[in-house]
Every structure is written in C-alpha cells, then in structure tokens.
Design a protein around this ligand. Structure first.
Ligand code: ZN
Length: 275
C-alpha cells in the first residue's frame, strides 16, 4: 500500500514538471497537461454542433467583416508562431469565424481557433477596429491555450484532494507538508483567480495581435467603455461582461498597456519581415 502511495506521489510530481511551460509574449508560467491531440477533435466537434443548432446571421456584409478581421488577426498569430519556433503548433489550429443571429452581447473562441460572434455584440464593437479588439481578445484565449489550462486545473484540484486524503492517514509530517504545498498551489490556481489572470492576459495578447494586423488599439479601450456605459444605463448587463469582468481597472490596464503592445507589435512585425 505504501509503495502504491509513493507511486501516486511520483506520478503527480512528474505530471506537474512535465506540464510546465511559459505563455509566449507575456512570459507567464503555466501548467498544462492537456495536449492538442487530446482536446482539439472534441473542440471542433462541439463547434460544428453549435453552428448546426444556431442561426447564422443573414447579414452578408457584417458576416464578411467578421471573417475578414478574424482572418487578418489569425494570420498575424500564425506568422508570430512560425517566426518563434511554434510552427508545429501553428499547424494544429483550424481558424474559423462565424456570426450568429442572437441578441446576446457575446463572443467566444474554443480551443484550436473556433470563434463565434453574436450579432448582439456588434453595437459594442461599433466599428471594424472594435470588432478587431474583441477578435484579438478571443483569438488570444486560443493562442494562450486557456481552455486547456482550465482543464488541467480541474484535474489538478481532484488529484490534490486525493493527495490531502492520502497524507491525512500518514504519520510523516514532511509528507503531509509536501501535499499541502502541492494542494495549496493547486487551490490558488482555482477557477476564479485563474479566470482573472486569463482575462488580463487575453486583453494584453489581443491588443498586440490587433496592432500586428493593422488595427487601432484605442478601440480595445473604447469597447470596454461602451460595455460599462450599457451596464450603467440600467439595461441588462451584457452577457459578455459576466464572463469578462469589466471595470475601471480593466480600462486603465488596457490604456496603460497600449505603448507596450505597440512596441511589441512593431518588433514582431519587423521580425517576420526578416524571416
Ligand atoms: Zn475573455
């Protein structure tokens, strides 16, 4: 039984070391043990299912605009990946952009680059650069593999719970301490804290990508100002806001990051010209 416990401990530690990597551009350390091969087939199938069950917009010019902005931004991401040693990873993405007829103020992106915009978010976007701001943010979630990381966290919390249970019956305080450390780390990476980290990261990466694709980053700030105004006006808060917390801090963060994003975009675009 003791050998079995030691074996489980060893597996967990190996899992965490093996799954450690760094998010490109932001440099944030993450733990992701979910591979593209494991997650992408089911992600693509879910997306196709969603499109079948929902009504695509009949507005041809708006649909074309969404697809065009998505294509430009995903091309910037693709070029970045190929210029920075991520060519194999770039091959796994199947970028797709659709506009559905739905009044909800919403947009999302599934792992592997499957994006949906709802017609209800278009007034918040207001113009092509505003669409690019939301698109950049969504594409960034897929680029940084936030979905995969969330899955890893869910697994980690379950395994961590098992770990504490194992340690409780163990007399060795060092072993208990180790489990608490692992579990403590796992708990800090809980959904809420994680979510905010992911949102900030998607804001930053999205801004870099929209600038690389030639759009005006000030609209990233303006989109969130419009979202807050709508919430303040007393109409139901946009659905996008419940999953994407909008507040003064966020608007300030976006404003503060604008010069950095501009410099990074310039650097990455120059790097691509050289290759
Ligand atoms: Zn988001």
């Amino acid at each position: 039984m003791k050998i079995m416990k030691n074996f489980i401990v060893l597996c967990l530690v190996a899992l965490m070391l093996y799954g450690c990597s760094t998010v490109p551009i932001t440099g944030r350390k993450r733990i992701n043990v979910v591979s593209d091969a494991q997650i992408l087939p089911s992600s693509f199938a879910q997306y196709q299912g969603f499109l079948k069950e929902n009504k695509l917009s009949a507005n041809r010019s708006k649909t074309a605009e969404i697809k065009n902005v998505g294509l430009k931004i995903s091309k910037a991401v693709d070029r970045f990946m190929r210029a920075n040693g991520m060519a194999a990873e770039a091959e796994n993405y199947r970028w797709e952009f659709n506009l559905i007829e739905n009044d909800a103020v919403n947009a999302w992106c599934m792992p592997g680059g499957k994006v949906v915009f709802y017609t209800g978010i278009l007034p918040m976007c207001a113009n092509t650069d505003g669409i690019a701001a939301v698109m950049g943010h969504e594409v960034a979630h897929a680029f940084a593999k936030h979905g995969q990381e969330r899955m890893t966290t869910a697994y980690g919390q379950q395994l961590g719970g098992v770990g504490v249970m194992l340690a409780t019956g163990n007399q060795d305080p060092k072993k208990a301490q180790m489990w608490n450390t692992i579990y403590g780390v796992g708990s800090q990476l809980g959904m809420l804290a994680y979510s905010r980290t992911h949102e900030n990261e998607a804001d930053k990466l999205g801004m870099v990508f929209m600038i690389m694709a030639g759009y005006q980053p000030v609209e990233a700030v303006n989109v969130w100002v419009r979202m807050s105004q709508r919430a303040d006006s007393g109409s139901a808060p946009p659905e996008f806001m419940s999953t994407h917390p909008s507040n003064e801090t966020r608007i300030q963060n976006l404003k503060a990051y604008l010069p950095t994003a501009t410099a990074l975009a310039k650097k990455y675009n120059a790097q691509m010209l050289r290759n």
